[in-house]
Design a protein around this ligand. Structure first.
Ligand SMILES: [Zn+2]
Length: 154
């Protein structure tokens, strides 16, 4: 994985397809590169994009087909983003675990995070892949199934 601190040359093409996306704040995963506009690299966002690289099998040829599918199929898009956001949240939970995940659970930060991601995913940025309520349930299910240290969400 190579992290490149600039906008991808693909972004013009990308924003033609996704006019709602913000080029100054959108990370793009392509093949084996993660393009990050601006300087700040949030580790959990890199984890999210690393999942997309994995989905693209770290191959530029695969990445082209991935993006075509991603654009055409809401079902594919939902599936790939659930995995990426799921892993992103699990990564944040792992960090929280070191500081005591219990307290995080108690103050409901996890559920708030799931809510926020679900609002984002059900909005125009992802081409309305499903309702917020539906995505909340699917995200919780993903996290419950994939986080080894998980204690059931309330
Ligand atoms: Zn994503």
């Amino acid at each position: 994985m190579k992290i490149v601190k600039r906008k991808s040359v693909l972004w013009k093409f990308w924003f033609l397809l996704w006019p709602g996306a913000d080029p100054n704040h959108t990370l793009i995963a392509f093949g084996d590169h993660v393009f990050i506009p601006g300087d700040s690299i949030r580790e959990d966002l890199v984890i999210h994009e690393a999942v997309h690289l994995e989905q693209q099998r770290h191959s530029y040829i695969f990445a082209v087909f991935w993006y075509i599918w991603y654009t055409l199929s809401p079902k594919f898009r939902l599936e790939k983003e659930l995995e990426a956001y799921g892993e992103q949240i699990i990564f944040i939970l792992d960090g929280a675990n070191r500081k005591g995940r219990k307290s995080i659970k108690e103050n409901n930060t996890i559920n708030k995070m799931i809510e926020e991601v679900s609002v984002l995913m059900s909005g125009g940025m992802y081409g309305n892949v499903g309702s917020k309520e539906e995505i909340v349930l699917k995200l919780k299910k993903y996290i419950e199934e994939n986080d080894r240290n998980f204690n059931k969400l309330s």
